[in-house]
Design a protein around this ligand. Structure first.
Ligand code: DNO
Length: 397
């Protein structure tokens, strides 16, 4: 059986460990979110968190902290590669602290400046639930009229610029502030720094001259340092795809397609070099054939995020749909993952988690505190649907 995981933001997460048990998950996915980006995690910090998760009150079902999402990759590693020695050493120290506590799957990403990006966090669906959405016109309005990135003009068509102008002119100050928060302030779980607009502009300037070839080289240099240690420790590293899987703000993104991942594995063949198979992120790109990618990279998948998106008419906007009702053929992906998983020994089972969920039912109450995408009920629904699909596939043999 693949292991059922659940992301938990730690002791301040409004979703409790008992909620996770009741959702039916066994494996916790978390990080020491309180440690500043770039600082090494200590053995003590890791042990404390592990005890909190695993030493439950007598009689409670056992939870295991099996995946770390994420140890952030500091900005200088993306800009400088192997020259960012101190940051890489700190990253390795964090990995060693985790391995000492038996936590052996580590998720990370290599998105420059902004991690996952949405324009709307509470977009109302026809059934009254709230979903996250990426609206390309609102994104363009941010890029052209709020960030005022000089090179942006040459990157959008005349028609797109015209629409962005209209969208922007209809926005109130509150709408603008909300859009800035969504895009620049780093959504919960992000591994990039929250930025004000002037800081955002500075950061972009620091990336001048870094194209996809350079960024790819820097990722290769980072992995060349890190994977030998990971191999020794029995740690599997999983690179999370770009979300959305295409360049934003003129910055390169290099984990968006099958070609990107193949290039990564060709450059660093170490078996510690793996993928976090995120169907929600990869599924936004129409050319990505997810069942084929799951088969192609099967041995490199230690961790999966299962979630679905629906692309909208313009091919660039999308919203987060129900887990089994997006563009991705989730059943075919599950079949590929289950078939790989059957070949694995008990210690190597794939951990998956329902990624994101709608804000729905009691979670809609104005008094309810929720992290965008990480509600209890929406994810519970996702996990229950996925679990049902898995049982049905396994029953059919
Ligand atoms: C959002 C998540 C991201 C992801 C990191 C991985 O919901 O998928 O926060 O964890 O980008 O490093």
């Amino acid at each position: 059986m693949m292991l059922q995981g659940w992301r938990w933001y730690g002791p301040n997460d409004p979703v409790s460990l008992d909620d996770i048990r009741q959702a039916g998950a066994t494996d916790v996915v978390t990080a020491l979110h309180q440690v500043p980006i770039g600082e090494a995690w200590t053995r003590r910090g890791v042990e404390e968190r592990k005890n909190l998760i695993e030493n439950s009150q007598a009689g409670r079902s056992q939870l295991t902290w099996s995946v770390v999402e994420s140890i952030p990759i500091p900005d200088d590693v993306k800009r400088l590669g192997a020259k960012a020695t101190r940051s890489i050493e700190a990253w390795i120290a964090s990995m060693e602290a985790l391995a000492a506590s038996g936590i052996k799957i580590i998720c990370y990403n290599f998105m420059p400046v902004v991690d996952w990006c949405r324009t709307d966090l509470e977009w109302e669906l026809p059934n009254g639930a709230k979903a996250m959405r990426f609206d390309h016109e609102r994104f363009a309005a941010f890029d052209l009229h709020i960030l005022e990135r000089p090179a942006a003009r040459s990157e959008y068509s005349e028609a797109a610029q015209q629409r962005a102008r209209e969208v922007h002119s209809q926005m109130s100050q509150a709408d603008i502030d909300e859009l800035i928060t969504n895009i620049a302030s780093a959504l919960p779980g992000s591994t990039t720094d929250p930025l004000t607009i002037p800081q955002f502009r500075d950061r972009l300037l620091q990336y001048r001259g870094i194209d996809s070839a350079v960024l790819r080289r820097h990722l290769g240099e980072f992995l060349a340092r890190v994977t030998p240690v990971a191999e020794q420790l029995g740690v599997r590293l999983t690179l999370h795809p770009d979300d959305p899987p295409r360049p934003l703000f003129g910055l390169p993104r290099i984990a968006s397609s099958a070609e990107d991942y193949q290039a990564l594995f060709d450059a660093v063949p170490s078996k510690a070099n793996g993928i976090c198979f995120c169907t929600g992120s990869l599924g936004v790109r129409a050319q990505n054939d997810l069942p084929a990618m799951a088969k192609q990279f099967a041995p490199r998948i230690a961790f999966a995020h299962l979630r679905a998106t629906r692309r909208e008419g313009d091919g660039l906007s999308f919203f987060e749909s129900d887990h089994l009702d997006g563009d991705v053929d989730m059943i075919a992906v599950l079949k590929a993952l289950l078939s790989e998983n059957r070949t694995r020994s008990p210690g190597e089972q794939i951990v998956f988690r329902p990624d994101h969920g709608h804000r729905m039912l009691d979670d809609l109450a104005a008094t309810k505190r929720t992290n965008p995408g990480y509600t209890a009920i929406g994810r519970l629904r996702g996990l229950a649907e996925l679990r049902g699909a898995i049982r049905a596939i396994e029953h059919a043999g």
